[in-house]
Design a protein around this ligand. Structure first.
Ligand code: SF4
Ligand code: SF4
Length: 212
């Protein structure tokens, strides 16, 4: 299994391998590959799934678990998820350790492909090394950081995300822009704008967040 083969297997699912980390003894496999949505194919693949339509809770998590577990079994790998636990796997640290995902000024993950919309649907643990692409330059070094000033309620200002204040805002009349199009802070990032995440997809996440 090389990187191109893994990418080809994930592509029909609207998923992509982010990078690889060769973990220390605290991690569960010799090589870990976090898996991210690949827009716009991701939303279509999920939207066509039985889990999207069945009306039960956590449809995206259930779909992710199903398809990534199945793929991992096909290639002799293990599957891990950010939403199962405890114990919870340190997905944010894993992503940073690939060198292809970085911490933004608002402390959210950012990468060159999905900007501040980068997210992890799971990871696979490989028993062997893989020819993963090289680490990327930190994208925020050459940016004026509109993400740090675009939230209308300053939800990132203290360094700790003000989740309750965010929920209150997005479910009010004043929060229509966030509610309909997705988080303004995330969308202000020039890298986010290239991801082609649909408004419907953005709304899906905000509605799930508001219900938590
Ligand atoms: S969704 Fe809107 S209110 Fe919430 S953090 Fe993003 S910009 Fe701020
Ligand atoms: S807006 Fe600029 S500083 Fe903020 S995450 Fe995007 S690239 Fe980094």
């Amino acid at each position: 299994m090389n990187w191109a083969q893994l990418t080809d297997l994930l592509d029909p699912l609207g998923l992509r391998p982010v990078g690889a980390l060769r973990p220390d003894n605290a991690t569960p496999a010799p090589v870990i590959v976090p898996i991210a949505p690949n827009e716009p194919k991701f939303w279509q693949a999920f939207r066509n799934s039985p889990e999207f339509a069945d009306g039960a809770d956590h449809p995206m998590d259930r779909w992710s678990e199903l398809v990534i577990t199945d793929l991992a079994a096909q290639i002799g790998a293990e599957a891990y998820f950010p939403f199962t636990g405890p114990p919870y796997y340190p997905f944010f640290d894993w992503a940073l350790a690939t060198g292809r995902v970085h911490q933004s000024p608002i402390r959210l993950a950012v990468d060159h492909q999905a900007g501040l919309f980068v997210a992890f649907r799971g990871a696979i643990g490989l028993p062997h090394d893989i020819d993963a692409p090289e680490p990327t330059k930190h994208p925020c070094q050459d940016c004026d950081a509109p993400c740090a000033t675009s939230c209308p309620i300053g939800a990132f200002d203290t360094g700790v995300y003000a989740a309750d204040a965010c929920t209150q805002h997005i479910t009010s009349q004043a929060g229509t822009q966030c509610w309909q199009g997705g988080c303004l802070a995330r969308r202000s990032c020039p890298l986010t704008r290239q991801t082609q995440r649909s408004a419907e997809h953005a709304q899906f996440h905000l509605r799930a967040f508001a219900k938590r």
